[in-house]
Design a protein. Sequence first.
Length: 598
Amino acid sequence: MSNLIELKVPDIGGHSNVDVIEVFVKPGDVIAKDDSLITLETDKATMEVPAEAAGTVKEVKVAVGGKASEGDVIVIIEAAGAAAAPAAPKPVETVGVASATTQAGFAPQAAPVAASHSGGADVECDVMVLGGGPGGYSAAFRAADLGLKVVIVERYSTLGGVCLNVGCIPSKALLHNAAVIDEVSHLAANGIKFGKPEVDIDMLRGYKEKVIAKLTGGLAGMAKARKVEVVRGVGHFLDPHHIEVSVTTGSGSETTGDKKVVKFNNAIIAAGSRVVKLPFIPNDPRVVDSTGALELKSVPGKMLIVGGGIIGLEMGTVYSTLGARLDVVEMMDGLMQGADRDLVKVWQKWNAHRFDNIMLNTKTVGIEPKEDGVWVTFEGASAPKEPQRYDMVLYATGRAPNGKLLGAENAGIAVTDRGFIPVDKQQRTNVPHIYAIGDIVGQPMLAHKGVHEGHVAAENCAGQKAYFDARVIPGVAYTDPEVAWVGVTEDDAKKQGLKIEKGVFPWAASGRAIANGRDEGFTKLIFDAETHQIIGGGIVGPHAGDMIGEVCLAIEMGCDATDIGKTIHPHPTMGESIGMAAEVAHGTCTDLPPQRKK
Ligand code: FAD
């Protein structure tokens, strides 16, 4: 069976009749999804248009020097398929994730028809894990510990994925240094003065690299110790039991031309997500995504953060402490969406000194690199009338799942239009022996969620009956102060009309917070007004992220305010603010002025 597909120019930000300056394909070429087809150039930016489907190019409808608009056909390709495939699973609903949408909400997907590979295989295994990020390596190691023969297919030279290489860990290595610089500067108020810090940016970058190397090296050792084989290269499914790996070399994902085929009984897809690049974002070294920002090449004088979420604000914290002045532009009505506004307010007040302009309800509509800087145009409630000049622009507007880049259709796996892979509560895709975990299955895109899902998938591969049934997944902004939240937020409870009780302990009444000179924060616990069980919590203050785990445990265990308040917490610690917030909820707190009788 063969079918012809027209690949068209997508939404290009309202531009029309745009110049076609490059065409990368010709009739007869075999293209993968997301391979670049053409480059378009407007007066503001160039953008590569990726293929939305894989196949063989039959006809190219555009030429260099021509024009193109949204909806114009670029190429016609032929895609081929064979046997029938099972229906997509119902998406999983993850309970109580305060910060983001969950796997729920996927439109039902038609399952593609699987292909059939007639050739041999170079490697055979019980479980093939596609992607060596936190989800993938955790799944692989758990499966190996359960006695299975495991292969990880990973395109990069190190395991650890986004989290260890260009995400959680390098950002925290830099944030740690920034936090120490900030903390030391606060000591001047106590009579202890240090000079202005001298920052050797090459050494700081070197420190971050060392942290990454230590952790990724550790993973390589642990894979070896478990006899988990790592096949280096880009994986592309051939059928429901085979994946072709285009071997890669160097530190990136440059292919050598060699191919290997891995045959598997079960597969776990853990191929993660990638940065979303809006069409008007130009290619210019001063315009960076989070990976570019983590390279820490220099410290700009004036920096714009496009997108006021956690990733942008964490990186902004680092650059600001190193000397940059910040502007932030956010389309929504507040920064750090997902967290309760009262928590964010404390962070915002403490950080006001870093920002020249916080532009809410505002869109970035143009970015133009010039010799004297990057000029940015805005539209919306707080948009400056004239374009603004920046030395560096960080775009942190979200991440897209990699589901459409894997040849999943050849294995008969359903993928949503946005590239998520729907799974059930056992992490199974619509193809029963193929599982998916981590960023690729839905929000929240967080490492700790992927790790737990990875264990569930691995246990099911080993014949156990495992389910992802976590009640809650915490979210943390590792800014200064940190903002951490879990379960039902107060703002959500209000919106949904839930009847709640809350206990709030202000850190201004905490001996330890006062001793630390950091009493700006508070701890808030949220209880169901009928069952009195804890259903959520939020903390703002230094180390909030380290403390929120106790609230997660309390929710998982179905604790009420008495359980938490009667648990003896060590004094003086910030952790005891959780016990005290619970005491506030049931009216027994003696560290605050007398409470009104309930
Ligand atoms: P990934 O980590 O994305 O790993 C996927 C792997 O699959 C990659 O190694 C990739 O190379 C490989 N791969 C993809 N396609 C193929 C293919 N076809 N063939 C071979 N290999 C392939 N989360 C937190 O919980 N806490 C944080 O503090 C935090 N901070 C972050 C900071 C930044 C700047 C960023 C960008 C992210 C941060 N995250 C954080 C998110 C976290 O990094 C991700 O949620 C997590 O890495 C997802 O894990 P994963 O295993 O699903 O996928």
